[in-house]
Design a binder for this molecule. Structure first.
Ligand code: P6P
Length: 325
C-alpha cells in the first residue's frame, strides 16, 4: 500500500506543503493515541471552562488544541493559526507560506461515550497584504484552500484528504505509524436513500426545509418515492465520512432556536474543508442559498447552514428551499 507522502509526491504537491501536512498529521497521531487511551489517561470529562462558542471544553479539546498549536508554531511553515478553541487568530512565523485553521476535536460531546470524533483542518496560502496577527488572513473563499482534510478517530484512525485533486482515504497503520492509501478516489453516489439531520430541531426549521424532511418521511408514498433511512452521529466529521463512504445527505439548516445565531456549523474549519472533500468526490455542498466554497468568511467563527452530499438529493432539498434563494 502507498504511503501518504508518496501519494503527495506523485500529485506534485509542493514540498513545503507536504512537510506541513506531515507535521499536522503527526499531531493527529498523538491525538489518536490519547483518544484511544480514554479513561486510562485521565483525559475524559469536561473542564470548568467555556470556549468562544459558549461550549463547555472537554479535557481532550484542550489537549488536542494545544498539541496542534505547538507543532504548527514550531514548524516554521505557518504564518497564522485559527482554531475553534481560540477566541482569535494566533500569529506564528512571520513571512511563512501557509495559514492553518482547525477544529481540533469535532464532536467532542461523543468523547465520554466512546463515539466517533475527529480533527478537521484546512490550509490556505498566507496573504502578504495583511499582517500575520490579522483575522483577514482567513478572508479567503473555500475555493482557495490548498489542502482540506480530517482525521476520524473511530475503530480505525482514518484520514480523508484532498490537495486539489481527488479526495482520498488513508488508514493509520499504528504498527508503522504511517498513513496508508486505502481509497484512491472517493466518489459520492449521485443518489441516496439516507439522510442525516437532528430531528429534534423539527419545529424550528423553515417551512421549506420542513416540507423537504416530511417528503423523505413519507417514503414510497411521498414525492421522493423511496424509503429513506436516517442516521445522526452528533459529530459532523463522522456523518460526512459516512456520506463520502456510501452517499447520503447531511443537513444542518438554519433554525429559530437562537435568533442571534440561526446557523450552528462554522464555515472556516467545519463547512469549508468538508465541502472541498465532498466536491472533490463528485458531491455537492451548499448553504440554503449558495455554494459553500464561494463564501468569503466575514470572521473566523462565522456560522453557516450546511446541506451536503449526493448531488441529486442536495438538488432536491434546495428545490424545497427555492423561495429563499
Ligand atoms: P447537535 C459538534 O458539536 C457539531 O459542531 C457538529 O460536529 C455536529 O454535526 C453538530 O455540532 C451536532 O449538533 O445540535 O445535533 O448537538
Amino acid at each position: 500500500m502507498k504511503r501518504l507522502i508518496n501519494c503527495l509526491e506523485n500529485d506534485k504537491v509542493d514540498i513545503e506543503l507536504i512537510l506541513l501536512i506531515d507535521t499536522l498529521l503527526t499531531a493527529c497521531k498523538e491525538i489518536s493515541f490519547r483518544v484511544g487511551q480514554g479513561a486510562l489517561s485521565n483525559v475524559l470529562g469536561s473542564t470548568l471552562d467555556e470556549n468562544i462558542q459558549g461550549e463547555t471544553q472537554k479535557k481532550l479539546d484542550i489537549i488536542s488544541n494545544q498539541l496542534l498549536k505547538d507543532m504548527l508554531l514550531a514548524s516554521g511553515r505557518v504564518r497564522t493559526i485559527a482554531s475553534e478553541e481560540e477566541d482569535s487568530v494566533v500569529a506564528a512565523t512571520e513571512g511563512a507560506p501557509y495559514i492553518v485553521a482547525f477544529d481540533p476535536l469535532d464532536g467532542s460531546s461523543n468523547i465520554d461515550i466512546n463515539g466517533q470524533i475527529g480533527t478537521i483542518f484546512t490550509i490556505y496560502r498566507a496573504k502578504d497584504d495583511v499582517p500575520a496577527t490579522s483575522e483577514l488572513q482567513f478572508a479567503q473563499q473555500g475555493t482557495e484552500q490548498v489542502c482540506a482534510g480530517y482525521v476520524l478517530y473511530g475503530p480505525s484512525t482514518m484520514l480523508a484528504l484532498t490537495t486539489g485533486g481527488p479526495s482520498r482515504l488513508y488508514t493509520l497503520d499504528k504498527t508503522q505509524g504511517c498513513y496508508l492509501l486505502t481509497t484512491a478516489q472517493l466518489e459520492v453516489p449521485t443518489q441516496t436513500a439516507e439522510f442525516a439531520v437532528n430531528m429534534s430541531n423539527f419545529t424550528q426549521w423553515s417551512s421549506g426545509f420542513t416540507d423537504y424532511i416530511n417528503a423523505l418521511l413519507l417514503g414510497n408514498e411521498g414525492p421522493r418515492a423511496k424509503k429513506y433511512n436516517m442516521r445522526w452521529n452528533g459529530a459532523m466529521v463522522g456523518d460526512v465520512h459516512r456520506v463520502l463512504s456510501r452517499g447520503g445527505i447531511f443537513c444542518y439548516p438554519s433554525d429559530t432556536k437562537n435568533p442571534q445565531q440561526p446557523a450552528k456549523l462554522r464555515l472556516l474549519y467545519e463547512a469549508n474543508p468538508l465541502a472541498m472533500l465532498v466536491e472533490h468526490a463528485q458531491g455537492k455542498a451548499f448553504t440554503e442559498h449558495e455554494r459553500i466554497l464561494t463564501i468569503t468568511p466575514s470572521h473566523i467563527h462565522q456560522r453557516v447552514a450546511v446541506i451536503m452530499g449526493s448531488t441529486e438529493e442536495v438538488d432536491a432539498c434546495l428545490g424545497y428551499l427555492k423561495p429563499a434563494l
